[in-house]
Design a protein around this ligand. Sequence first.
Ligand code: C5P
Length: 218
Amino acid sequence: MSFPVIAIDGPSASGKGTIAVRVAQKLGWAYLDSGALYRLTALLAQQEKVHWQDESAVAQLAKSLPVCFENGKIFLNQQEVTEAIRAEEIGMGASKIAALPAVRTALLQRQRDFAEISPTVADGRDMASVVFPDAVLKIFLTASAQVRAQRRAKQIGQPEHGEAFEKILADIEKRDEADCNRPVAPLVKQPDALLLDTSNMTIDEAVNQVLVWYNDKV
Ligand code: C5P
């Protein structure tokens, strides 16, 4: 029997990771960062000199990803890669390999296994549509591209204007375009998902809203 899941999908830099972690902490549930699995696969392919377009070779790596999640840290082949997988280049690589059907299939069971062990808050792009269609609560969490770019700039200590900022915004828009328009598991709001636009919300407000919706369901 699987445990209950709260599925949170949304675009890049929407804050879904931060919010999902806090909701999981409040409920005492596990947290699944599905994007990390795609990022880890992209990083491993880079390390093994496997081309990101080589579907069967990348899927092979994804199938036996030597990963370990421990106290908020992520290890690949016993090496800590918590920071390394957040690099923009690896994010783009993740987006590329995430468009390959065989790679998505290879990572599917690994994601579902989380809910075999514990109630889980899962964040990603296809949590509600593909991985956990029976999730007890489905949320589509977003914010305007401008606000997401400002948050990303703040996070990495860059000014919220000028050339560097324009590049951050352009990267976010490029990744949105790729994630929303790919033929396999595109990022779309499911009809039964609740929309949470955090453009004008604090993290605490967003977390509370998710908890209110969850309490309404149970
Ligand atoms: O969420 P994050 O930015 O870490 O995800 C990195 C990339 O992995 C996304 O741009 C997306 O292409 C892909 N991804 C996905 N499905 C998920 C999670 C992430 O396709 N469930």
